[in-house]
Ligand binder design. Structure first.
Ligand SMILES: Nc1ncnc2c1ncn2[C@@H]1O[C@H](COP(=O)(O)OP(=O)(O)OP(=O)(O)O)[C@@H](O)[C@H]1O
Ligand SMILES: Nc1ncnc2c1ncn2[C@@H]1O[C@H](COP(=O)(O)OP(=O)(O)OP(=O)(O)O)[C@@H](O)[C@H]1O
Ligand SMILES: [Mg+2]
Ligand SMILES: [Mg+2]
Lengths: 466, 466
């Protein structure tokens, strides 16, 4: 006699914290800081604002011998802020967010920021505070808790202040149980790599011991921001087409295909409709279920669409990857590649990669792999990532004259409106064949340059010996 | 100007299929079969029924050159079935299920079966059929689709038949796009390992090439089924306590603690309430938020609770692990260990482990690792699993006289009402310290026996030489 229940998404992540990356007190502190910093960087990017991000972690209770203690975490940014009516749900509801469109952003699930606050609530039983303004006349301050069973915010207090200086931004202020001792090095690594890959951002971190870490801006202009794109027809399924039909303002099928998809011109639209046996003048909202299925099959069969539009992408840039690697490793050799845009399942993406050798790269048998996705450093689950698969299985480093004991670093970066993460914790990327292929081509190009360099070194030493 | 949206859990898993393990057509076929087979085994376990599970995969479209084709998948079991009113939601709603209690079962998220059907729907645009009966007067047949935006079932058809033979069980019948060629070996490995670890089950698989695979029952009795347990106080948080208070029939705080938790007697309850500064006669439903927080802190501080009750656990059993390994590897040496029950964060669990050497184990530098969780074989993400961490970092095999090139297999099994999976796809287990410790102790015990065996072999060969 089975007893059935429905649970809310907040309840799901409360019961299965490990799935979101909040598995222990040190990993949870790392996750909390990164989720909030990524939200702040997204908020600045939307407004094309030079980011100033402030992170302050202070110990709350009296001195403790244990590693796990209660901390207060405050993250403040000068981003576009959140409108008052959306603040409670943005931070108090799981699967609620502004990044569900088809546009490159760090956030994608509508989970992360709320999850950090949920973790704080269940470990310290305190409410959290959100202060935000979009730069208009008022600053709003909310004291909130999360109703986990209902997946709703509980508003305990709401104050409004006049915004005399036209401030815009967001402050997240709450307590959590955490282990800073065992996550400190990962947190500092995350912040410094974030600053390297986002050189226009200012990041300040004050740690519980009162130490000040400053990652200063080295670029005074913002990168070209990503743009919202229309879906590409390749890889589209009936669910997506049905939603486009429900929301479209187009009346007939030809204009629907041309307006709702990228890279579909009049001729292409007519060819696809012919293949689907649909009269082009049919009203798109009157298509039957069978006709929509036939349309999707025809799109799949047609296959001759132009490659996806890539104006939606905002890559890191060869010069910044180069500057960042030089600052960290001061290598003897460095080669950076930006591949042309490609696509997987109709989703555009762009790969950038670099290989560095010598200098201050620590010596060893392993390759130092630095991974980035939508300008986020990925520091965990290395062996599950497609980049690791490529450098360990697809590249024969011996054939590029790389010795067994070496000083070798590889950097990979993917930018896309939809990065295929393997987990909600965003630490490893799925080995989609198209992504694997692009990474392999990019790294091989760098490896060939490395081989030329190592050959010259070899010849030079041979000459010296004679 | 951020545009906010809330999405349903079905929409979340539709957009992020990789998170649920449905990343490509071959992995998706593997996931579909395992999710349905695990549901069938759970359904038989609840009713203490000897499982008869029938899996039939047939190709739907005409011969195709490509690996990815349309298949029809039918999974039939003789389990307890699903009551008519629950069928649509059980299969058509994400986060709806009967396994949210505190009891060992293969299912835990309320996602898997529905996800398999969702994947079928979006790749083939067909409805799916569910036929089920709980053994009573009627058999119910539903034709359903999933409204992904709303996370609700759409009932296209509902027929009822008289149940003349008193049949009980469930049939799941649907189509999906899949790649059998590249998942066949993993599917067969999954079914054979499932049969080994569940020796009382009969599993029949008919593949698209018409081949019949039969994994026959080797045990005519069902194992002792797991029981529902009460939460243990260690590791409880305010959220859990608030829910217990809301649902309790206890009136005062002492009886609340004694009735809602396991291992709390009258003295313990009074001690905890004293530590929390709460009058024992207080009505539990009248406790203030501050008092509930104080109670949770007192429980944490008290710490002297007896170990969790382990009657909720249903381990595999040493004899079946032994029989299974002998059948697969016919090893020269085999040692199996069942640890006493333990707990992590107040959740009971039990570890069983085995080390096998020689015989038909393939030779190599790597150890063959067989992992099981709640009697489910885990075949992916080996390097992310706590068992791999233990055998590669915590056990020095050299010190047990194991040569570099060896024939070595290790089996690990964990049973618990809440297995800390790292992903929704249930392939790797988190390295919770208590679990890591129990695995290390169990494997070391087996390794010590192996060393004795290898020493005897060594001595015997030394004697022969002289
Ligand atoms: N610092 C901030 N400034 C402006 N808006 C914010 C900020 N933090 C959160 N938000 C808003 O709250 C929403 C929810 O944030 P949350 O981190 O939970 O999800 P997300 O960022 O959309 O996705 P992900 O789970 O991948 O992080 C965001 O989409 C954004 O609109
Ligand atoms: N073959 C079956 N026989 C009886 N009940 C079933 C069967 N398949 C599914 N169910 C019911 O449907 C519910 C939902 O199944 P689903 O696989 O989606 O989630 P789950 O098994 O509870 O958790 P998980 O996501 O971990 O598999 C189950 O909890 C069970 O009650
Ligand atoms: Mg976010
Ligand atoms: Mg299931």
């Amino acid at each position: 006699e089975q007893r059935f229940e429905q649970i809310s998404p907040a309840d799901f992540f409360y019961r299965n914290r490990d799935i979101a990356g909040f598995s222990n007190p040190s990993r949870s502190l790392y996750m909390s800081i990164r989720e909030l910093v990524e939200n702040s960087l997204d908020a600045c990017e939307i407004g094309r604002i030079l980011p100033n991000i402030w992170i302050e972690l202070t110990q709350v209770e009296e001195d403790s011998e244990k590693d796990v203690r209660t901390y207060r975490l405050v993250v403040k940014d000068n981003g576009v802020g959140v409108e008052a009516e959306h603040i409670p749900k943005a931070f108090g509801t799981i699967l609620y967010g502004s990044k569900y469109g088809f546009k490159q952003s760090r956030g994608t699930f509508g989970v992360g920021g709320t999850m950090a606050l949920l973790y704080g609530q269940i470990t310290t039983n305190n409410a959290f505070k959100i202060i935000s303004s979009t730069g208009k006349k008022e600053i709003h301050e909310y004291r909130l808790m999360i109703d986990i069973v209902e997946n709703k915010p509980k508003i305990l207090e709401h104050k409004t202040y006049p915004n005399e200086n036209g401030w815009h931004g967001t402050v997240v202020d709450y307590t959590l149980e955490a282990d800073y001792t065992n996550s400190k090095s990962k947190i500092i690594e995350y912040l410094s790599k974030t600053a390297v890959i986002n050189p226009h951002s200012n990041i300040v971190f004050i740690d519980p011991r009162g130490r000040l870490y400053v990652f200063a801006r080295v670029k005074e202009t913002t990168p070209e921001p990503p743009k919202e794109a229309k879906p590409h027809p390749l890889g589209v399924d009936v669910e997506t087409v049905n939603r486009l039909i429900a929301n479209t303002r187009s009346r007939d099928c030809v204009s629907f295909l041309m307006n709702e998809f990228q890279k579909v011109g009049r001729k292409t639209a007519l060819d696809v409709l012919k293949l689907a046996n649909i009269d082009p003048r049919t009203k798109v909202k009157e298509l039957t279920f069978e006709q929509v299925t036939a349309l999707v099959d025809a799109i799949k069969a047609y296959g001759r669409f132009r490659a996806p539009d890539t104006s939606s992408l905002s890559p890191v840039g060869v010069e910044f990857i180069e500057a960042g690697i030089r600052a960290v490793y001061d290598p003897e050799f460095l080669h950076v590649v930006q591949r042309p845009p490609a696509s997987y399942s109709g989703i555009p993406f762009i790969i950038e990669a670099a290989v560095a050798y010598g200098g201050n790269i620590p010596e060893g048998e392993d390759i130092h792999l630095l991974r980035f996705a939508n300008k986020i450093p990925l520091l965990y689950d290395e062996r599950a990532d497609v980049s690791w698969k490529v450098i360990s299985e697809k590249i024969d480093w011996n054939s590029y004259k790389v010795p067994k004991v070496k000083r070798l670093a590889v950097l990979t970066s993917i930018c896309s409106p939809k990065v295929p993460y393997k987990t909600v914790g965003k630490e490893a990327i799925s080995d989609r064949p198209e992504i694997e292929r692009e990474l392999t081509i990019a790294i091989r190009e760098c490896a060939r340059e490395l081989r030329l360099y190592l050959s010259r070194i070899e010849k030079g030493e041979a000459v010296k010996k004679r």
